[in-house]
Design a protein around this ligand. Structure first.
Ligand code: ADP
Ligand code: MG
Length: 275
């Protein structure tokens, strides 16, 4: 479990991420309009360093849209997003990733025909090339860098418990393992903030247990998380704070226990989709 530490230890930004407490992300009045639909309707969101922030709400309430806005896939119609005190509105996704925000997607997005290790190498921004002639042309330095990248990728696979499956093609991994592989690939960016879009959806109870242990381990390494989650018991057991969206608006925010007994939240779920 020290592998991710080794990955991060030389990075001043990651050290800062571990110091904990202050605001890492501040969203003010985020508005995301698709034609006449306000998928996000002036949402405020503050996430503190070293915490797991749950983002919940019925289907269609704007959770994934929030992650898409935070990662630059959508540029918000209006509103401010400050990450480590700097605006990231309008930055391309690659720049936001470099700034320290990584994510997984609601639907698994892996390179199915590539191995688990190669998928993580993609996260490390290394173009994988097994052609030895290419290595010879690029010379010993490139070879050394490639070896270091592979070692680091393997460290990340070990971190999520996939070390033994490094050479399996992603498409052949059980679904629960694919979810973990996505997390390893996101961690390869050495993020300060990791956004997980329904990582537990479709998993078996033992898989969820394993996933939650890894999520907590990520948090314990100083990485802040936003967790979109539908199972209330998972939210209760894992999140430090929770925001609730309904029809694009934030209707509640607080500690898990406060959220569970909040009348507005109960009504939103009773009137809408599944929890
Ligand atoms: P959630 O993740 O909470 O289920 P989403 O953020 O995916 O909800 O969607 C919120 C609303 O925004 C939905 O009504 C959805 O149909 C709409 N929406 C999301 N993305 C787009 C888009 N690219 N174009 C048009 N409507 C969208
Ligand atoms: Mg969604």
């Amino acid at each position: 479990s020290s592998s991710i530490n080794a990955v991060a230890q030389d990075d001043a930004i990651s050290v800062a991420a571990r110091s904990g407490g202050e605001e890492l992300l501040r969203v003010k009045g985020a508005l995301m309009q698709f034609g006449g639909l306000r998928a996000l309707n002036e949402v405020d969101l503050t996430v503190r360093r070293g915490t797991i922030h749950g983002l919940i709400g019925p289907n269609g309430s704007g959770k994934s849209t929030m992650l898409n806005v935070l990662t630059g896939i959508y540029v918000p119609t209006a509103g401010a997003i400050e990450f480590v005190g700097k605006s990231v509105v309008g930055l391309p996704p690659a720049d936001i990733a470099s700034a320290g925000i990584a994510r997984t997607f609601q639907n698994v997005q892996l390179f199915g025909e590539m191995t688990a290790l190669e998928n993580v190498l993609v996260g490390l921004h290394h173009t994988f090339d097994s052609n030895l002639a290419e290595v010879a042309i690029k010379g010993p330095r490139w070879k050394r860098e490639e070896r270091a990248a592979r070692a680091r990728a393997l460290g990340l696979l070990n971190f999520v418990g996939l070390g033994d499956l490094a050479d399996e093609e992603a498409r052949n991994l059980p679904y629960g393992k694919q979810r973990l592989l996505e997390i390893a690939r996101a961690l390869a960016l050495d993020p300060m903030l990791l956004l997980l879009d329904e990582p537990a959806a479709g998993l078996t109870a033992p898989d969820i247990k394993e996933l939650l242990a890894i999520i907590r381990k990520v948090r314990d390494h100083g990485i802040t998380l936003i967790l979109i989650e539908h199972h209330m018991d998972v939210v209760m057991s894992t999140c430090d704070t929770v925001s609730v969206l309904d029809f694009g608006q934030k209707i509640a925010e607080g500690l898990p226990a406060e959220i569970q007994s909040n009348e507005k939240v109960i009504t939103a779920y009773l009137g809408g989709a599944t929890v």
